[in-house]
Design a protein around this ligand. Structure first.
Ligand SMILES: C[S@@+](CC[C@H](N)C(=O)[O-])C[C@H]1O[C@@H](n2cnc3c(N)ncnc32)[C@H](O)[C@@H]1O
Length: 286
């Protein structure tokens, strides 16, 4: 399981839900019991609680992150084996979880088991990320590193744009997908996370952390070292431009909000199939 730090999650989610129009298909104001799966530090959980009078329960497989999530109930658990009975919630949702799972469809099917009404996800398509920077080398380097990372990573980090198809395959009905752009900007005056990010670039920290994935994506160790050295030089330019108050960066991360309804007909058919499949002793050859 890929691990995330609380600081990373808090930093990358800043300002993400200033505009909440894309969450409309979740009908948050009509919910009574919501489950946020893969809640991390509870960045989406907080939004769900602000937009709804429902009881909001948070689940994550990482106990340290889960502890930081402010929810009405918290449970340690795996997205593909949720510790809840069938139909326990009227909305089951996740944010940036499916892109980290080897079998996202199994998780969606599990969400459908514990939901009586709607299943939803908020997932990015990392292939569509756009970076603009006042340091000329930054955008092309970021794209090169990102494309290689996507080629080497073992889960589908571009899943957002195809999540609706997965929902349909999992048997959900009335599936709706909305594209939402999270814009992140760095400009003067710089805050502490922006200054830390610049220092990390100048140290090549991220490239080193991602080295195994970049190698799976086709780079030799020498290629990784070359990329790291270009990255560090770019980072030093960023630090210098910040010291002069001249650095500006804009990143747009597209997220897809996908929602689907539990298909009552499907559930009844499923029950009938299960009854037909049940071993009643009449089929000794099976
Ligand atoms: C990118 S973070 C997203 C956290 C939060 N939803 C957010 O948007 O800030 C992915 C989260 O999924 C959790 N996670 C990964 N695999 C999981 C699994 N199989 N079951 C439950 N949680 C899982 C991680 O611990 C992490 O907190």
């Amino acid at each position: 399981m890929r691990r995330f730090s609380a600081d990373y999650l808090k930093d990358t989610r800043r300002g993400m839900w200033n505009d909440r129009a894309a969450l409309a298909p979740l009908a948050l104001d009509s919910r009574t019991r919501i489950l946020d799966v893969g809640c991390g530090t509870g960045e989406l959980t907080r939004v769900l609680r602000e937009e709804s009078d429902a009881e909001v329960v948070a689940v994550d497989a990482d106990p340290d992150l889960l502890r930081a999530a402010d929810a009405d109930g918290r449970a340690l658990g795996d997205a593909t084996r949720l510790p809840f009975c069938d139909d326990a919630f009227d909305l089951v949702v996740c944010q940036a979880l499916l892109i980290n799972l080897p079998d996202p469809r199994a998780a969606i099917e599990e969400f459908a088991r514990v939901s009586s009404d709607v299943v939803a996800c908020v997932e990015p398509d990392n292939a569509e990320v756009v970076v603009e920077s006042s340091v000329a080398a930054e955008a092309p380097l970021a794209k090169r590193a990102r494309d290689t990372y996507i080629a080497g990573v073992e889960t589908d980090v571009t899943l957002g744009s195809s999540a609706a198809a997965l929902f349909r395959e999992a048997g959900l009905a009335d599936v709706e997908s909305r594209r939402y752009e999270h814009e992140r900007t760095v400009e003067p005056p710089y805050d502490a996370p922006a200054l830390d990010a610049a220092k990390a670039k100048a140290a090549g920290t991220r490239i080193e952390e991602q080295a195994p994935t970049l190698r799976r994506g086709g780079l030799s160790r020498t290629d990784v070292d070359e990329l790291k050295s270009e990255w560090k030089a770019m980072g030093r330019d960023v630090v210098e431009a910040m010291a002069a108050g001249e650095y500006e960066r804009r990143a747009v991360v597209p997220f897809y909000v996908v929602a689907g309804r539990i298909d009552a007909g499907e559930t009844e058919r499923g029950d009938a199939d299960r009854l037909a499949d049940a071993d009643d002793g009449s089929n000794e050859a099976a």
